[in-house]
Design a protein around this ligand. Structure first.
Ligand SMILES: *Cc1c(COP(=O)(O)O)cnc(C)c1O
Length: 462
């Protein structure tokens, strides 16, 4: 008789530092149909490298446009990654038991990074390429502070100055990530500010403006344009950002290999799309070439900002003030200011052009949940697995739980892998609202979306 395995089984699948991936995976090489290029809004022609070079480092622009399948990770970047990478893949056994599901659930935990999310994977790379080109300062925007703290951390390792325009409402209401950024030496400015024309103009007409991400992006870009030792840095959406995040999925693949597993479903939350892409793209490579045709990839977004599930596929601006190129993407319109839900990192009107194309071509599924749905899921995860998830990541967890319950009902064996993109230790006020029962469920309706996207009908079609 075969002996049943007894005793302790480990939950964590580690990867030794030696086995850390040495190259990023570029999905543009393998996409059957590629997204169209960003356009200069004045000419409607593809934007030139020189135009992009005003705000971004050349090394990053090269990656933005590259179709090379594998891109070497510089040794200096790998050295910093080794501070927290490889990150663990964890089998969520207690969650599985609580759900009585036959599904095996694994999560890749990116919350172990210094700033607590996946964002340093690209921040470190971006700081490095800027540093070797002689740039002295990076500017950026941040909402609740996840991206700003990741870039502040990365700049501190490469001796760059870092100026972060932080949406004023968050600056006042959520001071702790501001403190974290300042501890890494960043200059954190509440936006709108008096430091830029854009900011001064808004303050003149609205002295108590709470600010928005769109305004903060415009301020950060203005500072980068007006000083040639300063460049701008973006934490999601663009091709090079997604590229840097693929280290997540490349590691996860090796880790699941070690226990002879391969996912049937891969799940991630989407704001601009970078953590989902980072986990999913290395697996999608197999789906393209028919080896894993039935693999499902699910992107999860808030019902208050349903870019993929309700938005339209059009060229649109990345910011409110129309300073960015036109990008081919799913969008709710660049004037949309998403309701103040707690998943600040998912409050973006647009979506990565690569993910938009994959969704339009049917390679990726999408769904949307409300705040109470995702906090119910976050609590279940916390009470079984012991980690406080970021409200963003809780969107992925909601979808995981729903898929695991479906697997139980259909008596189907599934292997679910999801990205726990960050921890929620800075989001205790959100959990407090949940406990007090005062979380609002905001849903964007079709009428709202029609209204918001009406003027895009005259924009170029992707
Ligand atoms: C910023 C953020 C997100 C959303 O950004 P993507 O580019 O879509 O990944 C998700 N989770 C966490 C923890 C974040 O900080």
């Amino acid at each position: 008789m075969r002996k049943k395995r007894v005793g302790l089984q480990s939950n964590r699948i580690y990867l030794s530092e030696r086995d850390i991936p040495k190259r990023w995976y570029n999905i543009l090489h393998d996409m059957p149909k590629k997204p169209k290029p960003p356009l200069n809004p004045k000419t409607a022609e593809p934007i030139s490298i020189d135009e992009l070079a005003v705000i971004f480092a050349k090394g990053l622009i090269e990656q933005e446009l590259s179709e090379k399948q594998w891109i070497d990770i510089p040794e200096e970047v790998l050295k910093v990654y080794l501070l927290w990478r490889p990150t663990p893949v964890v089998r969520a056994r207690f969650l599985e038991e609580a759900l009585e599901t036959p599904a095996r659930i694994y999560y890749k935990y990116e919350g172990v990074s210094p700033s607590g999310s996946h964002k340093p994977n690209t921040a470190v790379a971006q700081a490095y390429y800027n540093k070797i080109e002689g740039v002295e300062q990076l500017t950026t925007e941040t909402g609740a502070g996840q991206w700003g703290s990741a870039l502040a951390f990365a700049c501190s390792y490469f001796g760059l100055k870092c100026k972060v325009f932080m949406v004023r409402a968050s600056y006042e209401q959520k001071p702790y990530r501001k403190v974290l950024m300042q501890m890494w030496g960043a200059d954190v400015v509440p936006s709108p500010s008096k430091e830029t024309q854009v900011g001064r103009k808004i303050l003149e007409s609205t002295p108590d403006s709470p600010g928005s991400l769109g305004i903060a992006i415009s301020e950060a870009i203005e500072v980068a344009i007006s000083d040639d030792k300063t460049k701008y840095s973006l934490g999601s959406v663009l091709n090079h950002v997604l590229l840097h995040q693929t280290i997540i999925g490349l590691e996860a693949k090796k880790q699941l290999d070690k226990v002879e597993e391969y996912p049937t479903i891969v799940i991630g939350c989407v704001g601009g799309g970078s953590n989902f892409a980072g986990l999913a793209f290395p697996f999608l490579l197999d789906k393209f070439y028919e080896k894993r045709k039935s693999l499902r990839l699910i992107a999860v977004e808030p019902a208050a900002c349903p870019t993929l599930t309700k938005g339209i596929y059009s060229y649109d601006y990345g910011d409110t003030s129309k300073l960015t190129p036109l990008l081919p993407m799913y969008t709710l319109g660049h004037d949309f200011i998403p309701p103040r839900i707690h998943a600040g990192g998912l409050r973006y009107h647009g979506m990565s052009p690569i993910i938009s194309k994959l969704y339009a071509d049917g390679f990726v599924e999408a769904r949307a949940y409300t705040q109470n749905e995702i906090f119910d899921a976050a609590m279940k995860f916390f009470q079984t697995e012991g980690i406080v998830p970021a409200p963003e990541s809780a969107h992925a967890i909601r979808a995981v739980i729903d898929e695991a319950i479906r697997a139980r009902k259909e008596k189907k064996e599934e292997v679910i892998l999801f990205n726990l993109s960050g921890h929620g230790f800075f989001d205790m006020s959100a959990y407090n609202d949940y406990i007090l029962g005062v979380l609002e469920d905001v849903v964007l309706t079709d009428e709202d979306v029609n209204e918001l996207t009406r003027k895009l009908s005259s924009y170029p079609k992707p």
